[in-house]
Design a protein around this ligand. Structure first.
Ligand code: ADP
Length: 494
């Protein structure tokens, strides 16, 4: 019986591959980091061949784990860093330039010019997103305008555009499949989330030839199969979703109101809003949470660009901690810091501020402030940023009583206690905090018939720990007011 599932998680800093049995137990896994390319301040790229090699290596290693027989695998799922933009030649499969990563701000001015042209309202209405360099469209236009001959080759149908999922599908299938799923499409600024189609008006606004675009499918769907030459086995590809949507699925977020918050490099909160594409009045994003059986479920999303990477900054740039784990004991010993605020706006501020030019700061230092206060205030800043999002969501009418958390940072109990205090909701950590890769496997399971329904996926989810809010309201509001005042100091005018 084929009932094992394999999932590829192509993330911003590493690629991993995990093989599961139908109960969600891990049979084999492999992970590999790959280099970040920073050609100029504010620019972030990845070498597509480094992405590809890391995916092939980790997939081959996971498949070689003891007890795993490739023939027992019913389906493969892909989840990926979203918005990151690639263009390749349909003939050779070679990319025409590096992948431009979601964090890259090179198109900030283009976005500003488009805003001045008055197109933002139409863009928000159709895509649920905002005019920000974060999303794919302006990155794609930049590639067409800066790589010699790219625009005319694109118009002649010789090039293909894709987010990382499409690029991997193309390579894994030996150039047979040019497709994406509705969640990844919904992050490009070119896809109408209401009609579920690429949108001619949007293509026109951003100057993108339609001939570049992949076909858009459900998250659990037939995406062909892997070419044995690529990874050593022929496996049906049956699931695709962007990483944050996959995390929602891995968290079994199938009911309207269920909200998850993922703490990896950045922090991304998504609340399931069901069949309604809720339009935010507070600069949150409306996005496709998943599309199954042709039915779209929408989500309200808040994106924070810097979360765990602020902890890496403490370790790698300031060098005041030895490891990310050390932050917990330091915060435990220091206690909540009242006056010092770290605003980790290293790549601007995401939701709800959308200020690409803001930069970071440490504020409120006094003569007795030291390393411990800065470390603790950094953890606090990530909770405050989440609070910015949940307060914006509450204003939009979404007030969950529980938030399910996952990602590398949720090993930190001190952080989760402080988070519950600030958000005033129960913070729940599942037994399996690897929600993203699990979500991709679940989609492959739905697409290959290993799971008959989402209820079977819900049954796999279990809680590990709950953190209840305890702080008194006066202190909470005082701390939060201090944060808001610190943020106002780093924002660019206007
Ligand atoms: P990604 O998938 O985005 O690469 P992960 O989900 O693996 O990220 O999470 C890694 C992040 O979590 C790193 O940025 C790291 O600094 C942070 N991190 C890991 N463990 C802890 C901890 N105990 N306390 C605080 N931060 C942590």
């Amino acid at each position: 019986m084929k009932e094992h599932l394999i999932a590829i998680d192509q993330g911003t800093s590493s690629s991993r591959c995990v093989i599961f049995d139908r109960n969600g137990s891990v049979l084999g896994s492999s992970q590999q980091e790959f280099p970040q390319v920073y050609p100029q301040p504010g620019w972030v790229e990845h070498d597509p061949e480094a992405i590809w090699t890391s995916v092939v290596d980790t997939t081959r290693k996971a498949l070689a784990s003891r007890g795993v027989a490739p023939l027992s695998i019913a389906g493969l799922g892909i989840t990926n860093q979203r918005e990151t933009t690639l263009v390749w030649d349909r003939e050779t499969g070679r990319c025409i330039y590096n992948a431009i990563v979601w964090q890259d701000r090179r198109t900030a001015k283009t976005c500003q010019r488009l805003r001045e042209r008055g197109v933002e309202e139409a863009v928000i209405e159709k895509t649920g997103l905002r005019l920000d360099p974060y999303f794919s469209a302006t990155k794609l236009a930049w590639l067409l305008d800066h790589v010699d001959g790219a625009r005319s080759r694109a118009e002649a149908g010789r090039l293909a555009f894709g987010t990382v999922d499409s690029f991997l599908l193309w390579r894994l299938s030996g150039g047979q499949v040019h497709a994406t799923d509705a969640t990844n499409a919904s992050r490009t600024l070119l896809f109408n989330i209401h009609s579920q189609q690429w949108d001619d008006e949007l293509l026109d606004i951003f100057g993108i030839p339609a001939a570049l675009l992949p076909a858009v499918r459900d998250c659990a769907d037939d995406y062909g199969h892997t070419d044995a030459a690529a990874i050593g086995a022929r496996i049906p590809i049956r699931g695709v979703a962007g990483d944050q949507q996959a995390a929602l699925i891995g968290q079994a977020g199938f009911e309207p109101g269920v909200t998850k918050s993922t703490y990896g490099t950045g922090c991304f909160v998504i609340a399931n809003t069901g069949a309604e594409a809720l339009r935010s009045e507070n600069k949150l994003l409306t996005t496709v949470a998943y599309r199954l059986g042709g039915r779209v479920t929408y989500g309200l999303e808040g994106s924070i660009f810097v979360a765990g990477s602020a902890v890496q900054w403490l370790r790698d740039q300031l060098r005041i901690i030895d490891s990310a784990q050390a932050t917990e004991a330091i915060a435990e010993a220091t206690g909540i810091v009242e006056t010092v605020h770290v605003v980790p706006a290293f790549t601007g501020l995401g939701a709800p501020y959308w200020d690409p030019d803001a930069r970071g700061a440490v504020l409120g230092l006094t003569r007795d402030s030291g390393i411990n206060e800065i470390v603790t205030a950094t953890l606090q800043s990530i909770a405050y940023q989440t609070c910015d999002l949940t307060r914006a969501m509450a204003d939009d009418g979404i007030s969950p009583s529980v938030i399910r958390v996952d990602g590398g940072m949720v090993a930190n109990n001190w952080f989760l206690r402080f988070l519950a205090d600030m958000l005033q909701v129960t913070v729940e950590r599942p037994a399996n905090v690897e929600s993203t890769v699990t979500g991709a496997a679940c989609l492959a399971g739905l697409g290959s018939g290993v799971y008959g329904s989402v209820q079977e996926i819900e049954a796999l989810w279990s809680s590990d720990a709950r953190f209840e809010p305890g702080m008194d309201a006066g202190r909470r509001e005082r701390l939060y007011a201090g944060w808001l005042s610190a943020v106002s100091r780093v924002r660019t005018p206007g």
